[in-house]
Design a protein around this ligand. Structure first.
Ligand code: PEP
Ligand code: MN
Length: 277
């Protein structure tokens, strides 16, 4: 019997798993696949997006991340190109066939974001924005729900329940690090969230190593830990010129480092019987 406070997202029989399907070839949550989502923190320009997208596609990536609307701690930081970025994402999607994940910050942008996005991202800061959760719950479009940096795993699952109660079953969860007393990293990756979520929920779970550690040099290790812990994938920040990035350059991999990491992930995933998608 389910004794959890959430119902629809709970794992009721040990074999049940949700697979979020984006196309015949690309899906998240298959037991024999590990999904690598990559791209810049924010869409900054056509040049930046194009430079990133083609390199990532050639490496084997199928899903491109890129923020149009950026939630920033400081109102003086770069807050994204907004609709201009959505237009650039739509163009690159058409040209490359890459699937797009981008964040929805406000309900007012839901139609514009849904038109371009193959996966709608709900960020850490909005994990408990229940109105926003219910609105994406009314769609069928896949949703990536990121764990709030001060939220428990149970609260994450209850937020997913808000989405699913409205009818949308296409939910992917994301562990992106939580706030602790540790200062060396931007957040602390709660790697145990992965096997815990796998035990208590049927939803796929991916890891964001970039926001978890906040440091380029740590991203490959955390990514490998995600594979080993049984995650369904990672979402990682990659920039063609990290030192000049407008947002999160210090935690973004350059293209060459990403390619190297991708090959290592591929080998480790293979040992666990998974191929990359
Ligand atoms: C992001 O992925 O662009 C982002 C802002 O992450 P988070 O919501 O986890 O801080
Ligand atoms: Mn970022």
């Amino acid at each position: 019997m389910n004794t959890y406070p959430f119902k629809l997202v709970a794992k009721n029989d040990s074999a049940s798993t949700t697979v979020v399907r984006l196309s015949d070839e690309v899906s998240i949550g298959c037991q024999d696949k590990f999904t690598v989502i990559a791209g810049p923190c924010a869409v900054e320009s056509e040049e930046q997006l194009v430079a990133c997208a083609y390199q990532l596609k050639n490496t084997g990536v199928n899903i491109l991340r890129g923020g149009a609307f950026k939630p920033r701690t400081s109102p003086y930081s770069f807050r994204g190109l907004g609709k201009k970025a959505l237009i650039l994402l739509a163009r690159i999607k058409k040209e490359t066939g890459l699937k797009i994940i981008t964040e929805l910050l406000y309900i007012k942008d839901i139609e514009d974001v849904t038109e371009v996005a193959d996966i709608i991202q709900i960020g850490s800061r909005n994990m408990q924005n229940y109105e926003l959760l219910e609105e994406v719950g009314k769609l069928t479009k896949p949703v990536l729900l990121k764990r709030g940096f001060s939220n428990t795993i149970e609260e994450l699952l209850l937020s997913a329940e808000y989405i699913m109660l409205k009818g949308n079953t296409n939910i992917i969860l994301c562990e992106r690090g939580i706030r602790t007393f540790e200062k060396y990293t931007r957040n602390t990756l709660d790697i145990s969230a992965v096997p815990i979520i796998k035990q208590i929920s049927h939803l796929p779970v991916i890891v964001d190593p970039s926001h978890a550690c906040g440091k380029q040099s740590l991203v490959p290790s955390l990514s490998l830990s995600a594979v080993a812990a049984g995650a369904d994938g990672i979402i990682v920040e990659v920039h063609p010129d990290p030192s000049n990035a407008l947002c999160d350059g210090v935690q973004s991999l350059d293209i060459d480092s990403f390619k190297k990491m991708y090959q290592t992930i591929k080998s480790v995933a293979l040992v666990l019987g998974k191929s990359l998608n």
